[in-house]
Ligand binder design. Structure first.
Ligand code: SF4
Ligand code: SF4
Ligand code: SF4
Length: 402
C-alpha cells in the first residue's frame, strides 16, 4: 500500500475531509507539498518528490482524531462525562486585555494578542504562528510567523476564511525558533497534538511549547467573502481592496473593507454572518466537526455570544478555558503583571453559545446521520451526547472591575 501523499490525497483530500490546516505541508521532511487554491480554497498538492515516509497521513486531522487518547496524553486524564461538554479544563475565566489599544484591536477582548505579546516579551516563547492576511493581496488570509509585538498585534482578530496556519511550522524551526506558540482553530490543534502524541516529526513537535485554540463554530468558503464583496459592497475587482477585516470597528466587529481610493465599506456583522456566511458558505468538513471549544489547546479562547452580552459601548470580552499547566503558567503570569483582567466564569454559561449548539449537538447529530449512510466522515473515536438540555439564557451578566 502506498503510504505517500497519494494515500493522504485519496483518504482525506478527495473525500472532502481536509480541514485546510496545512500540517502536511508544514511537516513534510522532503518539502514535497505546497498549498494551492482550488475553487479558492487552500488544498495540499504534491509539487516535489514524495519519499513515501507516511508522516503526513499519520498526523493529518482530516479523517482521524483520537480525541480522548490525545486528551489523556495532553492533560493526564479525560474529561468528566457531562452534557455541557467542554473537555478538560482547570479554570474558566472571562476578561480582556488591559492595554486599550490591544483590547479594541482584538475581535473580543484582545486576550489572545495580550497573552502572546506577554509570552514573547517574557521569553516564554520566541515566536508565534498566527493567522494574518497576505500583504500583496490583503483580501486573502495567510499564515504568518510573528516574532515581534507589532507582528503579533497586526494579526489580531478573527479570520472567516481558512488559514493553513500549520504550514509554517517547519519554517519557524528552520529560522531557529525553539519555543514556538501556535494559535489555531480546534483542527489545527488536533494536528499539533497528533504530532506530539506520536512524536513525529520529533525535531518539530517538541518545539511547539504553547497552543492557544480559538472557539470555532465553523469556517467558511472564501466564495462567501467574495459574494459579500461583489454583491453587497459593489467591489468586483479584488485589486481595489487595501485592507479587509472580518471583525473591524467596535465590538462585535463588522465586515470592514478599506479601498485603495480611500473609501470604506462596512457590512453589519449580524447581516453578513447570519444571512450570508453561516447559511450559505459553511465548509462541508466543518459540518462534521464536533470540537467547538478547542478541547486540546493549552488555553482555549473565544467569544461565546451569550444574548445578554450585548449593549451600548460594550467592548466585548474573551472567555477562557485554561486546560494545561503550560497554559496556566502564561495566564497566571499575565494576570500578575496586569496584562489581562480576568474574572471567574461559570463554565456552564459557555453552553449558551450558538457555537456550542452547532458543534456539540448539530454537528454530532449530523455526523451520526452521515455515518448511517456510509458517507465519508472524520473519526473522532468518541460518541457525543447531543441530547437537548435546558439552558438559562437570561442569566444576568457579571461585570465588575477590580
Ligand atoms: S510527508 Fe512523507 S509521505 Fe507525505 S508528502 Fe512528504 S515525503 Fe511524502
Ligand atoms: S494535514 Fe491538514 S491540510 Fe493536510 S490533508 Fe490533512 S487536513 Fe488537509
Ligand atoms: S469547524 Fe472544525 S474543521 Fe472547521 S475550521 Fe473549525 S475546527 Fe476546523
Amino acid at each position: 500500500m502506498n503510504i505517500g501523499f497519494p494515500q493522504l490525497e485519496s483518504l482525506v483530500v478527495r473525500r472532502g475531509l481536509c480541514t485546510g490546516c496545512g500540517s502536511c505541508v508544514g511537516i513534510c521532511p522532503s518539502a514535497a507539498l505546497s498549498m494551492s487554491r482550488v475553487y479558492g480554497e487552500p488544498m495540499p498538492v504534491c509539487t516535489g518528490v514524495c519519499s513515501s515516509c507516511g508522516l503526513c497521513s499519520r498526523i493529518c486531522p482530516g479523517n482521524d482524531v483520537p480525541l480522548l487518547e490525545l486528551e489523556r496524553h495532553c492533560f493526564g486524564r479525560n474529561r468528566k462525562p457531562a452534557l455541557a461538554d467542554l473537555g478538560v479544563y482547570r479554570n474558566s475565566y472571562n476578561g480582556y486585555a488591559r492595554d486599550d489599544f490591544i483590547r479594541k484591536k482584538g475581535a473580543s477582548g484582545g486576550v489572545v494578542t495580550a497573552l502572546l505579546v506577554h509570552a514573547l516579551e517574557t521569553g516564554i516563547i520566541d515566536c508565534a504562528i498566527v493567522a494574518g492576511f497576505n500583504t500583496e493581496k490583503p483580501w486573502l488570509t495567510e499564515a504568518k510567523i510573528a516574532a515581534s509585538r507589532e507582528e503579533i498585534v497586526d494579526a489580531a482578530q478573527s479570520k472567516y476564511a481558512v488559514v493553513p496556519v500549520n504550514m509554517r511550522i517547519r519554517e519557524a524551526v528552520k529560522r531557529g525558533y525553539r519555543r514556538i506558540a501556535l494559535v489555531g482553530l480546534p483542527c489545527h490543534i488536533h494536528a499539533v497534538r497528533k504530532m506530539q502524541y506520536y512524536g513525529i516529526p520529533r525535531d518539530i513537535s517538541v518545539k511547539i511549547k504553547l497552543t492557544i485554540g480559538l472557539f470555532c463554530a465553523s469556517q467558511f468558503y472564501f466564495e462567501g467573502t467574495r459574494h459579500i464583496l461583489v454583491e453587497w459592497c459593489g467591489i468586483d475587482k479584488m485589486e481595489e481592496i487595501a485592507r479587509l477585516e472580518y471583525r473591524g470597528g467596535d465590538w462585535p466587529g463588522h465586515f470592514v473593507v478599506q479601498l485603495r481610493n480611500g473609501e470604506t465599506v462596512t457590512v453589519d456583522r449580524h447581516r453578513y454572518v447570519y444571512h450570508m456566511l453561516m447559511p450559505h458558505y459553511k465548509r462541508d468538513r466543518c459540518e462534521m466537526c464536533i470540537d467547538w471549544s478547542s478541547e486540546l489547546a493549552d488555553i482555549a479562547v473565544g467569544d461565546y455570544w451569550a444574548p445578554q452580552r450585548t449593549g451600548p459601548d460594550y467592548y466585548g470580552t474573551s472567555a477562557l478555558l485554561v486546560r494545561s499547566s503550560a497554559g496556566e503558567e502564561v495566564v497566571k503570569s499575565a494576570v500578575e503583571e496586569k496584562v489581562v483582567y480576568l474574572e471567574d466564569l461559570d463554565p456552564d454559561k459557555l453552553c449558551s453559545s450558538v457555537g456550542f449548539e452547532m458543534k456539540k449537538h448539530g454537528a454530532a447529530y449530523r455526523l451520526a446521520q452521515r455515518q448511517q449512510f456510509g458517507w465519508p466522515t472524520p473519526n473522532y473515536h468518541m460518541q457525543v451526547d447531543y441530547t437537548p438540555f435546558f439552558r438559562d439564557f437570561h442569566m444576568a451578566p457579571e461585570k465588575k472591575e477590580s
